[in-house]
Ligand binder design. Sequence first.
Ligand code: MTE
Length: 329
Amino acid sequence: MIIKAANKIRSSEITSEDVFLKRRELLQAAGLALGATTAAMLPGAGIAASGDGPEGQKLDGVTAWADSTSEKQTPWAQATSYNNFYELGTDKTDPQKNASRLITEPWSVEVNGECAKPGKYTLEDILKPHALEERVYRLRCVEAWSMVIPWVGFPLSDLLKRFEPNGNARYVQFQTLHDPQRLPGQQYPVLQWPYVEGLRMDEAMHPLTLMAAGMYGRVLPNQSGAPLRLVVPWKYGFKSIKSIVRISFTETQPDTSWNLSAPREYGFYSNVNPTVSHPRWSQAKERRLDGDGKGLAALFAEKQETQMFNGYAEEVAGLYSDLDLTKNF
Ligand code: MTE
């Protein structure tokens, strides 16, 4: 997606990232636009394929979670150079390029709504009581690619309990920092800013739902959502909101950015479901970004079947036993 002046963006362009990518991939595959720059945008290309190791501050005392997937991990370099973080640009390589704009110190999180302990908490307040765990999760993007990433964090439930949500708290909403200087993509109306996401309370309290502060044993790089982001592994990646500054307990279903932008395409639940197509493409298969297949080869890597709830059905299917998942997509 190319950023244009605000008044020149048509609404039809706003959510057509996938279509744009397909068109670009086709052009590139046909050899029509294969300059150095465009080749570097391909998954698995450029820095992504260099095999560079993790960078940034090391996290100490991280224990390994017993249920991590043993599937081949996405290399650090690929996971940090092929990102969706529209506040840092809409091309996959933009978030890494613009990462230094996001100053994350100091950082605080406002907690409000239906709970006994609302307030403004510093990042240290948030992190301190929690032991860090490494959990290797699959993350499946709505655009039909997926990664396997060793996140470092703690169960979101442990954090939310500290704020003592009351009986009216049926949902929880999360909000990303709103600061067009530090997140320059917010100068363009690609989405309604700030980015917001939400979960039903039982989803938020589910033991798989992670509040991540790191990956690959290091603090989160900015493009990956520093200093705090959600990872909800059974849902499409856009539910895993980055750079969180507000947590609100609500009685009614909260707004979410992609649902506001295109309600027919992005529902509140957005559980990974190979049997329910996106209106513009199938969700049955995905391309795993695991460092294999550099440059153009990555485009032709064989796709694999997408699993129900991204392979976490045993753990989470029970949350949705009363829901028609074709209607509540
Ligand atoms: N959070 C914010 N604030 N802004 C975004 O644009 N993109 C989402 C999600 N969280 C996004 C966000 C999408 S579409 C995906 S797929 C994941 O972040 C990507 O996470 P990754 O770049 O670490 O792989």
